[in-house]
Design a protein around this ligand. Structure first.
Ligand SMILES: *[C@@H]1O[C@H](CO)[C@@H](O)[C@H](O)[C@H]1NC(C)=O
Ligand SMILES: *[C@@H]1O[C@H](CO)[C@@H](O)[C@H](O)[C@H]1NC(C)=O
Ligand SMILES: *[C@@H]1O[C@H](CO)[C@@H](O)[C@H](O)[C@H]1NC(C)=O
Length: 139
């Protein structure tokens, strides 16, 4: 019983401490035109836990009536899916830029840009899936 509690607690801690990815660009409130090329910046923070990289996906979806879809249920248009190999860019730290094109068919108004990240964490290891997002405007 006690062991079970400790094991659950430890998994919770490692998931919280794992600063495995950040979305440098885009940021909340950025404006994009349909068809525009955007340089997306995926940052690897200085991390305590090392995670074996599987890959990332970049996607954008319309927010309808002020409500943005939950990325775990719908990502929208997938702009990139594949490997993530961040490199050191002093003094900017470790990151990788991806040039993507905002789909021409996106409706004007708010849209949610989602960075999905999968890596393998810990000694066992276990799959670690996380999302970062930015609420942008299609103008
Ligand atoms: C990567 O993208 C960010 C944000 O758009 C930009 O500030 C940075 O200069 C880019 N880095 C490289 C190496 O192109
Ligand atoms: C958005 O709101 C309008 C007006 O309230 C409603 O008619 C429409 O069905 C809503 N659309 C969705 C997808 O919820
Ligand atoms: C976007 O990210 C923020 C902060 O990380 C989170 O609170 C919010 O629920 C996310 N939005 C969606 C639609 O998942």
């Amino acid at each position: 019983m006690l062991f079970k509690y400790i094991a659950v607690f430890a998994v919770g801690i490692s998931a919280t401490l794992a600063q495995t990815i950040e979305l440098g660009f885009p940021q909340n409130g950025d404006n994009f035109c349909p068809g525009q090329e955007v340089v997306v910046q995926a940052i690897q923070p200085e991390s305590l836990a090392s995670c074996i990289q599987v890959g990332i996906a970049l996607a954008i979806d319309d927010c309808v009536n002020g409500s943005c879809p939950d990325p775990a249920e719908a990502l929208g248009s997938v702009l990139y899916a594949g490997s993530w190999t961040p490199e050191n860019h002093p003094p900017g730290g470790f990151y990788q830029n991806f040039t993507v094109t905002i789909p021409s068919y996106l409706a004007e108004g708010p849209a949610i840009f989602t960075l999905t990240h999968l890596c393998l964490l810990g000694a066992a290891p276990y799959p670690f899936l996380e999302y970062r997002n930015a609420t942008v405007n299609i103008v």
